[in-house]
Design a protein around this ligand. Structure first.
Ligand SMILES: NC(=O)c1ccc[n+]([C@@H]2O[C@H](COP(=O)([O-])OP(=O)(O)OC[C@H]3O[C@@H](n4cnc5c(N)ncnc54)[C@H](O)[C@@H]3O)[C@@H](O)[C@H]2O)c1
Length: 322
């Protein structure tokens, strides 16, 4: 096989981006798309020349379909990923892998039983800045790691768009929890989290939290996660990473990304380091070359368990052991 025929289910915010990047990857063909929103489905299918399916299970029967990107809301990941595995399709499932540990384990078991690849969409692992930071850590030039601080803040419109479907730790924090585990190269042993309560909650879940993670090797990390930046924030994001070692330190700032555009109607700091195309390329390559995926179902499960522990800690006010 030299080209992978891919279907994307869920054509919302991130599903559109998967379609766009898959269309740019020479070794991939966006064969089919599925969504229950007929207008979105037909518009997307027309734009990318893909076969449209209102019914996901019918998409799975498309002749020649090799793989599926599951980009639906979180609660549908279990059913859609398992159906893909049972149909013999390789799976790239968006984060979080699922909403419960039980569902994540069921997806992993279904992929194992079917002998298909299962990868989880942790995009930070494919952004050049994070890759360089990890190389610096792995090279030993920072010495022994002591601590890491990670910040991921989005604009308030993101919270309004998600509308209480999940809290900010499932939506954004899970990226950092996975990235910190990957960066530190050690397993989390305990998690303590506190959510801000200074403003009335619009939605039932946490909106902004500090989470302290202790890793097996003694490193302590702090993740500051939220989606309360003002609508007019020029970058729409505040992403930071600060690493301290006993021989060096590293600081990353992905807010102002080196490109600033000012016009009569707007001020923008566009993203210059998109990771999604590299994530999808890695998935396509691993299937075509029959290599292990860089982010496994197990990685998805551990990150999900870290979010669950943080939420339990917010609820109880106590650290949670993993
Ligand atoms: N990796 C990232 O950076 C990133 C960014 C955003 C979202 N995500 C993840 O991607 C997933 C989707 O998030 P989103 O923000 O794109 O959501 P969204 O609401 O924008 O899009 C979801 C789409 O799924 C469709 N859908 C719902 N039920 C369906 C069904 N039964 N069959 C087919 N289609 C159905 C909806 O019509 C909608 O178009 C979530 O799991 C989210 O956590 C990841």
């Amino acid at each position: 096989m030299t080209q992978l025929n891919v279907g994307v289910v869920g054509l919302g915010a991130i599903g559109q981006k998967h379609c766009e990047v898959l269309a740019q990857i020479r070794e991939a063909k966006l064969l089919a798309v599925a969504d229950t929103n007929a207008e979105l489905l037909n518009k997307t299918a027309g734009k990318f020349g893909a076969l449209p399916f209102a019914d996901y299970e019918q998409m799975l029967q498309t002749p020649g379909l090799d793989a599926v990107v599951v980009a639906t809301p979180d609660h549908l990941h279990r059913d859609f990923a398992i159906k893909a595995a049972q149909a013999g399709k390789h799976i790239l499932v968006e984060k979080p892998i699922a909403t419960t540990e039980e569902d994540a384990l069921a997806i992993i078991a279904a992929a194992d039983a079917a002998g298909v690849k299962l990868m989880v969409g942790f995009t930070l692992r494919f952004i050049p800045h994070y890759i360089q930071a990890r190389s610096a850590v792995a090279s030993g030039k920072l010495g022994t790691l002591i601590s890491i601080f990670s910040r991921r803040l989005n604009v308030i419109t993101q919270a309004e768009r998600i509308g209480g479907r999940c809290g900010v730790l499932h939506f954004l924090g899970i990226h950092d929890f996975d990235m910190l585990r990957w960066m530190v190269g050690s397993e989390p042993v305990s998690i303590y989290s506190e959510a801000s309560t200074s403003i009335p909650r619009k939605f039932p879940q946490e909106n902004e939290a500090f989470t302290i993670i202790h890793f097996e090797n003694g490193v302590v990390a702090c993740a500051h996660i939220g989606w309360n930046l003002p609508k007019l924030h020029p970058a729409g994001r505040d992403f930071k990473l600060d690493i301290s070692g006993d021989k060096g330190s590293l600081n990353m700032d992905l807010e102002r990304q080196g490109l600033e555009i000012f016009t009569e109607t707007e001020s923008k700091f566009p993203s210059t380091a998109p990771g999604l195309i590299e994530e999808d390329r890695a998935f396509v390559d691993c299937v075509l070359d029959d290599k292990p995926v860089p982010v496994s179902g197990h990685d998805g499960l551990v990150a999900l368990n870290m979010v669950s522990a943080a939420l339990k800690s917010i609820e109880t006010g106590l650290p949670v052991k993993l």
